[in-house]
Design a protein around this ligand. Structure first.
Ligand SMILES: Cc1ncc(COP(=O)(O)O)c(C=O)c1O
Length: 309
């Protein structure tokens, strides 16, 4: 669904609530040319206790961490960004939505060096349902291993969310979709499993859970951290520093993606090889239902993960 069909009308831009159609920037904006922006993707859920942003503080941490190596000096503190976001949700009467803070180098000069360009910050929110298709959460998705490798963390930091590197995600995802798959898995430079274009990946074998470690050139996903914590609370052994070979994907008992957009999505097939019995596996199902119980606030625990609107 395009923005035009959505009932949203306001974007926050450096302290101002601006009408949606007026939230514009110059074509000579530095970040438009060199991919030097950083951003976050956050979800606000319509919970049993009212609208609440999931793990806002951790997303804010990552936004500031992403900004630092690119030299962005965000001139708004946490309180201001939090208030702006809450107000944006309230003003537009959104109950559940996706939140997109963006920090970019604006207009002044177009050398590769951004030193003379201002750092600008915007926040937008809009309604967003399931990311990988209507049935994905229950039925699982068909994925392919991309021919595109994930860039190594020594080439471009992979633990920050900068816009330019998403070319890698775009290429891998589009390759998969052009070949009839829903999503891709990208291998790292060493040829081991890294992640999805917008998701982390988990493998289940003999009742134990494995996910690539942070040194495998992955994003330190907040849903990944959440699922690791919930799985450990449920008594699972989680190997969160795993190195997973491509071959292990095909023989896994279960595979699933995690991400703010994808939430917890089972993987049904990889390169047409059926994973497990081709349906959502029992460990994935247990973790998924625990995840949704928490984010829908049908339980009292982990209230510290929520910022209520
Ligand atoms: C490349 C990549 N990996 C993993 C993730 C999952 O991260 P999170 O759970 O913080 O959304 C994302 C989404 O932000 C992503 O873009």
């Amino acid at each position: 669904m395009g923005f035009e069909e959505m009932d949203v009308d306001t974007i926050w831009m450096d302290g101002e609530f601006v009408p949606w159609e007026e939230a514009q920037t110059h074509v000579l904006t530095h970040s438009l040319h060199y991919g030097t922006a950083v951003f976050e993707g956050v979800r606000c859920y319509d919970t049993e206790q009212g609208p609440a942003i999931f793990r806002w503080e951790e997303h804010l941490d990552r936004l500031y961490q992403s900004a630092a190596p690119l030299g962005h000096d965000i001139s708004h503190d946490r309180e201001e960004l939090t208030e702006a976001t809450l107000e944006l949700i309230r003003r537009q009467d959104l109950e559940s939505c996706y939140i997109r803070p963006l920090v970019y180098y604006g207009y002044n000069s177009l050398g590769v060096s951004p030193r003379d360009c201002p750092t600008e910050t915007t926040i937008a929110c809009w309604p967003w349902g399931t990311y990988l298709g209507e049935d994905a959460l229950e039925q699982g998705v068909d994925v392919m291993v991309s021919s595109w490798r994930k860039h190594h963390s020594s080439q471009i930091p992979t633990n920050i969310k900068a816009t330019g590197p998403y070319i890698n995600s775009m290429l891998a995802g589009e390759e998969a979709r052009s070949n009839g798959y829903v999503e891709a898995i990208v291998l790292n430079k060493e040829g081991d499993v890294a992640e999805g274009p917008g998701e982390n990946i988990f493998m289940v074998n003999d009742g134990e859970i494995f996910t690539p470690g942070l040194s495998e050139s992955i994003l330190d996903g907040i849903t990944r951290q959440t699922v690791i914590e919930l799985a450990e609370e449920l008594g699972y052994t989680v190997h969160d520093e795993a190195s997973i070979s491509r071959g292990q994907l095909y023989t896994a008992d279960e595979l699933f993606f995690t991400g703010t957009a994808a939430e917890v999505t089972p993987i049904k097939t990889v390169d047409d090889t059926v994973i497990g019995d081709g349906s959502r596996g029992p460990v994935t199902e247990e973790l998924q239902s625990r995840f949704f119980e928490v984010i829908e606030r049908r339980t009292d625990d982990h209230d510290e993960w929520f910022t209520y609107v």
